[in-house]
Design a protein. Structure first.
Ligand code: PLP
Length: 368
């Protein structure tokens, strides 16, 4: 494996994973049946990765084992205090059959930043990427080959120490599971409607908004239910100064009339890798890109005046989604529809599926 440049973990030895094969793995016929119509997040591959961590032993006992329930002590800290983080990254099958993932060093670094915020141990980026390879080595056949299909990889880490006192856990587990994913949008990409959450926040200044942690999602469920009650697909959150933050699990991007692209930036927003990649592709095309605060007023007035010509959301699961409607308690703003979001979406997915040159060296091969 090539070592990452400028990585503080460079020079680490690869881990030795003990592999236990699943003796009741799905048959090839059953697997093909699932891959023909995988949906999202309901089917799982035959194996999972598990690495233990303790204060005394550091990272140890790396394993690939049959996918199945985890045994936890009822006093495990994660069940009480939510000390947990996760990642989301996909594996793509190229036309020649090879399996690649996209910028895994970025996910590995983000997992480390999330770990720091949640007082969890930092898994070296090299070992994070190795865990993806180890799972693909046994479950590579689960990477689907249909249009816009992928194998969604879900790394996560949690406090497993049985202790009800409040402090960072001394025992932690890292797991990696995988779930085949179909095209997010069946019948083409459709603009989504967004509900403006005025009564609930997802993050606060100095909070955990920039970390990928389950608690942020737990607190987004009630506002998301409010969005459904108001016939909207997703919810957008504001910060305490009424600046736009993001959706529950996707970043927001605005396109201005002069071609400038603006995305909200603050330490309460999750730094999306899809957003970073899309903005790089836009820069390559000559667009000016700005990360700064965007107030709700700037959004609404920009749309009303025609200064804002497109608004879209982005994240690994749905890639890029145009925003068609912004709705609040007392307003309903139709959003302008443009071509840029879908054209950037196509360029990005072409790179991910190996249909277009990977000029930035973003792809990492996982098999072979
Ligand atoms: C994961 C996530 C995103 C998108 O990040 P990607 O790296 O693009 O998948 C955006 N917002 C939140 C809150 C997230 O958890």
């Amino acid at each position: 494996m090539t070592l990452l440049e400028n990585d503080p973990d460079a020079g680490l030895e690869a881990l030795e994973f003990a592999v236990t094969r699943n003796l009741t793995a799905a048959s090839a016929a059953r697997r093909e049946e699932i891959l023909a119509n995988p949906g999202f997040g309901t089917h799982f591959t035959d194996h999972m990765v598990d690495i233990c961590w303790s204060v005394r032993g550091g990272w140890h006992r790396p394993r690939v084992q049959p996918y199945g329930p985890i045994t936890l002590d009822p006093a495990a800290a994660v069940l009480h205090y939510g000390q947990e983080i996760f990642e989301g990254i996909k594996a793509y099958r190229h036309a020649d059959g090879s399996v690649h993932t996209f910028r895994p060093d970025q996910n590995g670094r983000r997992l480390q930043r999330s770990a720091r915020r949640l007082a969890l141990p930092e898994l070296p980026v090299e070992w994070f990427i190795q865990s993806l390879r180890e799972l693909i080595a046994v479950d590579g056949d689960w990477v689907p080959s249909g249009a816009d299909q992928s194998l969604y990889l879900r790394p996560f880490m949690f406090a497993k120490e049985a202790f009800l006192g409040v402090r960072p856990a001394n025992k932690v587990a890292y797991y990696l599971i995988a779930s085949p994913a179909g095209a997010y949008f069946t019948g083409g990409v459709k603009p989504v409607s967004i509900w403006l959450s005025e009564d609930y926040a997802r993050a606060g200044k100095g909070g955990t908004g920039a970390a990928k942690t389950g608690g942020n999602y737990a607190s987004s469920l009630l506002p998301q239910a409010e969005a459904y009650e108001n016939e909207c697909d997703q919810v957008v959150f504001l910060d305490q100064d009424r600046n736009v933050e993001e959706l529950g699990g996707m970043n927001v991007v605005f396109v201005y009339k002069d071609g400038t692209i603006v995305t909200p930036q603050s330490d309460s927003i999750l730094e999306g890798i899809t957003r970073d990649s899309i903005l790089q592709l836009a820069r390559d095309r000559g667009h000016k890109v700005e990360g700064r605060a965007v107030s709700l007023d700037e959004w609404r007035q920009g749309v009303a005046s025609g200064d804002i010509v497109e608004v879209f959301a982005c994240g690994t699961a749905a890639v890029v989604t145009p925003i068609g409607i912004l709705k609040g308690h007392d307003f309903f703003d139709e959003q302008p529809v443009g071509e840029l979001a879908l054209s950037l979406r196509e360029e990005l997915t072409d790179i991910q599926y190996g249909r277009r040159e990977d000029k930035h060296g973003w792809l990492v091969r996982l098999d072979g």
